[in-house]
Design a protein around this ligand. Sequence first.
Ligand code: GLU
Length: 387
Amino acid sequence: MEVRQDILKGVKRVVIKIGSSVISNRDKGRSSLECGLSRDWVRHYARKISSIRDMGIDVVLVSSGAIMAGRERLEFGRADLTIPEKQACAAIGQSFLMHTYEKAFEKKEIKVAQILLSHDDLGNRKRYLNAKHTIEALLEKGVIPIINENDSVTVEEIKIGDNDSLSATVACLVDAQLLIILSDVDGLYDRDPSLKSSSGAEKAQLLSHVSRVNEDIEKIAGKSNNRLTVGGMVTKVLAAKKTMSFGIPALVVNGLDEKVIEKIFTGKEVGTLFWSGKGKIRDRKHWIAHTLKSAGTLTVDAGARKALVEGGKSLLPAGLVKVSGNFEFGNALTLVDESGIEIGRGLVNYNSRDLENIKGMKTSAVRSLMGKAFYEEVIHRDDLVIF
Ligand code: GLU
């Protein structure tokens, strides 16, 4: 309770992720695939969000539901849609989704704006900053940005994939003090609550506070079997891990509880709070560590590992043991030690062809081989995040 009250005291800006199942017509007794968008639930959350704003808190929304709404409009009954079919659903559903939000917020005299993002927008520093500036300008004007993935044009390679991850990136992008993920589950349980417990087996317990996302937590998050949404608990846990590393608490709650927003903002023990209590890492480093997709892997020897991890040094060609992947100058790479353990992420100063030629070489030899294209560091420490 105290932790939650403490967090709330510092909240000036919040990112709220609304999952498809939270704004679906699920209560009409139809199968989840046919259920479509519920205007009532959208209106409900428009009212709640307006009340959060009345507390002087900026709200940025990340809303799913485009594919669900489009499915209904295009009358797709079957479960397995092809990618172009899903993209068609997203295209028709997104405008319907926005129209519904617009109408709902109109009642509260609040304007909304649509922002569609893809991984490309967030993985490129310039576009990342552009998106940030646009959102800031909208908030300044009292507009609620409503963000979704640009599903109709994104192919698998440039997809963010799920809106839990998108919401975490957005929370970091806009420097929010809290991420709220509204889903159709109560939070993270210590075991799968849907499994029938054999007699005598303990009931699943809701975890009220997770202070560190480790392998055990990821394991109990398991997989989702909800066919309406992309993510399950596991994507929520990974989203929380991401915001936590940036110093932002994440709260996963059941959005089907009509009173959940009041409960959150009065500091009640609702859902699962992911919060380590630790502060922020620098903005750009966060972008390197969590937003960029890794284009390859560099294996470093024990000496280089020590210099990087303990000495805060840059990575030099001499410490490189192995180069994997096909990458270009400026790409983000994963660094591993010789036992394969990930030690960090960084932006590389060479492409994979050149790096293959210079790995293990002394700086002076690299200088004469590379001439004008010489960089002393393979990855400069300013471009490096050690985990
Ligand atoms: N972007 C998808 C949609 O609007 C949802 C993805 C997700 O729920 O994670 O339908």
